[in-house]
Design a protein around this ligand. Structure first.
Ligand SMILES: O=C[C@H](O)COP(=O)(O)O
Length: 275
């Protein structure tokens, strides 16, 4: 089946999956993201407080999965966050371009973990991948994985730059073989960002890796996902290709800066500006 035919079939399922239960599930899989050059400490504190207050304000709903920030904001989140079940994720390793030295990437990722990040989102060195130097890509992923001392590693493929299904599949396999706990579509800093087509290719690669190794790798679409139907489509891609057991924050995240309010609005039947 072609990717387009598969996508058309999954789109039908996504409409059926657009239930309150699935919307709640999608909400609980959000990596609530703020990645702006203008993120101040006061902004990040206020952002974290929303997550702290969430259980009180919406007692029937499950909180987001994680807060995702730049590495220099991790300490602020760590000091402020009172909700144990919400993880702290940091983009690190020269995000979003990955155009820096491996020593700098390692140090930045380690510093983020020392300050409280339990999850590191790194970008695959695209310059090396596109040059055909897959060894550098493997070494960077495995070096950072070793350096972060048990923290979870998400490897961002920047699928918009990889462009073809073959390259996206190759990069997915390479990242998983090198130690990625999650593979993530995009940084959100380049267009196109996440696409359903790339998600289909990545989920098939995760399935292939699972069959081969028995290891369950997570999937994180990110970048440009802001509406409930979009969230339902990505959730349905995961459900159809990888099965319901992937529909948990342990194996599925949606990286988004604008989705949470829209999903919440859908769940509450009102326009919401909470986060
Ligand atoms: O990693 C997450 C992305 O940067 C979020 O992208 P977004 O701001 O388009 O939702």
């Amino acid at each position: 089946m072609t990717i387009q035919a598969e996508l058309a079939a999954i789109k039908t399922k996504a409409e059926m999956n657009n239930t309150r239960e699935m919307q709640q599930l999608a909400f609980s899989c959000i990596d609530l993201t703020t990645l702006n050059a203008t993120d101040t400490i006061s902004h990040v504190k206020a952002f974290t407080d929303r997550v702290n207050d969430f259980a009180n304000d919406y007692p029937t709903l499950q909180n987001v999965a994680a807060i995702c920030v730049y590495p220099n904001m991790v300490r602020t989140v760590k000091e402020k966050l009172k909700v144990e079940e919400v993880a702290i994720a940091a983009v690190a390793g020269g995000f979003p371009s990955s155009m820096t030295f491996i020593e700098t990437k390692v140090k930045e990722a380690q510093m983020a973990v020392e300050r409280g990040a339990g999850e590191i989102d790194m970008v695959l060195p695209l310059w090396a991948f596109l040059e055909g130097d897959k060894l550098i890509c493997r070494e960077e992923v495995s070096t950072i994985k070793k350096a972060i001392d048990g923290a979870h590693l998400k490897v961002i493929l920047e699928t918009g730059a990889l462009a073809t299904p073959e390259r996206i599949h190759h990069a997915s396999m390479l990242a998983m073989e090198s130690g990625a706990d999650f593979i993530k579509t995009s940084t959100g800093k380049m267009n196109p960002a996440a696409t359903p087509e790339a998600a289909i290719v990545m989920c098939h690669a995760i399935k292939e890796f699972w069959i081969k190794t028995g290891k369950q790798i997570g999937f994180k679409p990110a970048g440009g996902i802001s509406t409930t139907p979009e969230a339902m489509l990505y959730l349905s891609i995961v459900k159809e290709i990888l099965g319901e057991e992937w529909l948990t924050p342990k194996l599925f995240r949606i990286g988004a800066s604008r989705l949470a309010n829209n999903l919440l609005g859908n769940l509450l039947g009102d326009e919401i500006k909470y986060f």
